[in-house]
Ligand binder design. Structure first.
Ligand code: COA
Ligand code: NAP
Length: 268
């Protein structure tokens, strides 16, 4: 193994790390020797993730926490800190998504996604900072909707745009402590809850044509980027929002809009 990607002795916390892309990121750190803690709302998800991760490497901790609640986020850091001390890697990936036209969103429907994706990321960053080692890598999981306006995604576009700017501002403010803050923007990733919600299986063919590389990505490809960003190979990268999307962002996420149109038609 390239020594730069050996995370033995390092400690990582992944919020929203119990399923999907974030679990793949947690698994990649565990496989490369890191102690890994994951947190999300549902006890069953936490238990399953902890059991899965224990088969892949070193120490694993799991916590039930809702990123909308600053106290529950802070409690995770206190518990991890008392077990392992300071952290080398922090990933904020909890999110919520569904297709809905802005006119069909209630105030709470808009708010719930902003609360999870944006306010939740702030809580994770704000409560996590004092637990970070000098030189730590912080990664927010964003989405191309942050910079591409996509119909049926007003809530997500607004929330993820905020996550991108939060990433950049914290890179400015934390750089002096040697902490790097970056964001990964996955494109359509196979076998995920996000894709199940945004691109039902019968639309996969349409969605694929919107990806220049001609296929969906894999969870492991997102995890590889997280490994790179957290390694010394990325020691001079901070404040970057990096798409990992097969070039698809520039096509305007057409598959999502097509799914939204069908949904709207089915409601008429
Ligand atoms: N269309 C329009 N509004 C919707 C909706 C939809 N498909 N789904 C939920 N909402 C609205 C609800 O009606 C509610 O608003 P109201 O109180 O005015 O009725 C509001 O969103 C909150 O819904 P609720 O189910 O109470 O929220 P929750 O906190 O239990 O769950 C969600 C949060 C809605 C984001 C839920 O989908 C979730 O838990 N997602 C996590 C997994 C996920 O989305 N993964 C993909 C990540 S890309
Ligand atoms: P996922 O499996 O649903 O992952 C979301 C995780 O967040 C789950 O573990 C969920 O667990 C947790 N979570 C949700 N609300 C939470 C809350 N309030 N507090 C704490 N944890 C919460 O979805 P995914 O598709 O892999 O997406 C992962 C990330 O990638 C998200 O940030 C998403 O926006 C981004 N992304 C995905 C795609 C894609 O193609 N899938 C594309 C672009 C961006 P609980 O239910 O147990 O809380």
């Amino acid at each position: 193994m390239d020594i730069r990607f050996d995370f033995s002795g390092k400690k990582a916390v992944v919020f929203g790390g119990t399923t999907g892309i974030n679990l793949a990121i947690a698994e990649a750190f565990a496989t490369r020797g890191a102690a890994v803690a994951v947190a999300s709302r549902k006890q069953a998800n936490v238990d399953a993730a902890v059991e899965h991760l224990r088969g892949h490497g070193g120490p694993v901790l799991g916590f039930v926490a809702d990123v909308r609640d600053m106290d529950s986020v802070a409690a995770v850091f206190e518990a991890v800190g008392s077990e392992w001390g300071t952290l080398d890697v922090l990933v904020s990936g909890a999110a919520g998504n569904f297709l809905a036209e802005a006119n069909d969103l209630s105030s709470n429907g808009f708010k719930v996604v902003v609360d999870i994706d944006l306010n939740g990321s702030f809580h994770v960053m704000r409560a996590g900072f004092e637990h970070l080692s000098p030189g730590a890598s912080v990664i927010n999981i964003t989405a191309p909707q942050a910079w591409i306006p996509v119909r049926y995604q007003a809530h997500v576009c607004a929330a993820k745009a905020g996550v991108d700017q939060l990433t950049r501002v914290l890179a400015l403010e934390w750089g002096g402590k040697g902490i790097r803050v970056n964001a990964i923007a996955p494109g359509p990733i196979s076998g995920t809850e996000g894709m199940a919600r945004l691109s039902p299986a019968d639309l996969d063919g349409d969605a694929v044509t919107s990806v220049p590389l001609g296929r969906f990505g894999t969870k492991e490809e997102i995890a590889d980027l997280a490994m790179f960003l957290s390694s010394s190979a990325a020691a001079y990268i901070s404040g970057a929002v990096i798409p990992c999307d097969g070039g698809g962002s520039y096509e305007g996420v057409r598959g999502i809009e097509q799914a939204g149109r069908l949904l709207a038609a089915s409601r008429q």
